[in-house]
Design a protein around this ligand. Structure first.
Ligand code: ADP
Ligand code: MG
Length: 336
């Protein structure tokens, strides 16, 4: 078992638990029905993998991804390393199925908004002219052309930023690894976004959904075997400026933070798809989430709008327990 500044492990009964800091969040891994030595080996491996993924996929430091971005900007062809290629191919598909609302090609816009500085008092929205200039470049995942592992983009305005998808995808890779080691029962929880494989004892894995405008939870859900539950919210990275909320989920069509939704929770078996879909449905907002959910094949959605009304499809309503059912305003959609 190891303990370090960025990780800790513990063992209770037949559960083995280990926490890793990666992708800007604490990632808690719980394993069931395994042995201590298998758990230790797995934690050791996953600790290294999460750090490697992060180091390879971050656009903010020199990385595999930043080198790809430099080549795109320079108009050069580039060979994509093995550990990055599937993220790009899957992201291209998710861009299409989300009608372009999940668009990790908008790295220049994401960079312009500087949301990682949201805590600084001096932060303010970028100039409208700069936003308009980047939106006009119209960067799309479909501008990227892949010939095997060789990538080029005919649009130099494309810059990849995988923050809406990478964490989910990394969790899928981690689960694949655990299964390959004969570990069939596990939960990986990254700050409330999680995936479950197999079973664990009698208790379901219960997850609270934060109220986007008040302290505490608005609802909770039980995760079943082989499900991922992901939430995107406007309360995670945001700042107020002239009494307006500016948050980190951008509408690629306007270049501004998406309006209408305060949080979106989705359930899907695949964590990468759940992660991308939560972001895309947030951008789609209360009027359009259903059509995007259908085209992304998402069967369970809860969207809380900026007036705290809860929009759900009937299948999701059966899964959701409201913390305060008397005061919650529910808008039930057609089945998806
Ligand atoms: P979190 O990172 O809090 O889990 P998300 O999964 O919704 O939240 O990802 C949001 C991040 O994705 C943003 O911080 C930004 O880097 C990037 N992003 C913002 N808007 C979009 C978008 N429309 N499509 C793809 N990525 C986006
Ligand atoms: Mg996401």
């Amino acid at each position: 078992m190891y303990l370090s500044a960025s990780s800790c492990s513990n063992h209770t009964g037949s559960e083995y638990r280990h926490t890793i800091f990666a992708f800007g969040t604490l990632i808690e891994i719980t394993l069931f029905n395994t042995t201590e030595s298998k758990a230790d080996d797995a934690f050791d491996h996953l600790e290294r993998s999460f750090h490697d993924y992060h180091a390879s996929w971050t656009p903010w430091e020199t990385s595999d991804l930043s080198r790809i971005n430099e080549s795109i900007q320079a108009g050069n062809r580039v060979s994509v390393p093995k550990q990055v290629l599937p993220l790009i191919t899957v992201s291209k598909d998710l861009f299409e199925s989300s009608n372009g609302l999940f668009n990790p090609a908008i790295g220049n816009l994401i960079n312009l908004w500087q949301m990682h500085r949201h805590d600084e008092a001096s932060i303010s929205p970028p100039d409208a002219a700069d936003i308009a200039r980047l939106v006009k470049q119209n960067p799309k995942m479909s501008d990227i052309h892949l010939d095997g592992a060789l990538l080029d983009s005919h649009n130099p305005g494309v810059q990849l930023s995988l923050g809406a998808f990478a964490k989910g995808y990394a969790i899928d890779l981690a689960m694949e690894y655990l299964q390959s080691r004969g570990i069939a029962h596990a939960v990986i929880n990254a700050g409330g976004d999680l995936r479950v494989i197999g079973q664990h004892g009698e208790r379901p894995w219960r997850i609270g959904i934060r109220h986007p405008r008040e302290d505490g939870v608005i609802a909770w859900l039980d995760a079943r075997a082989n499900e991922s539950i992901f939430t995107s919210g406007d309360y995670e990275r945001f700042y107020m400026h002239d009494s307006k909320r500016y948050h980190h989920i951008l509408d690629p069509r306007t270049g501004y933070p998406a309006v209408g939704a305060a949080s979106v929770t989705v359930i899907h078996h695949d964590a990468g798809i759940a992660d991308a879909a939560a972001t895309a449905l947030f951008v789609a907002g209360p009027e359009h989430w259903q059509e995007v959910a259908r085209s992304m094949d998402i069967k369970y959605v809860m969207l809380i709008d900026t007036d705290s009304a809860i929009h759900m499809n009937p299948a999701m309503q059966k899964r959701v327990h409201l913390a305060n059912s008397e005061t919650s305003h529910i808008v039930l959609s057609q089945p998806l």
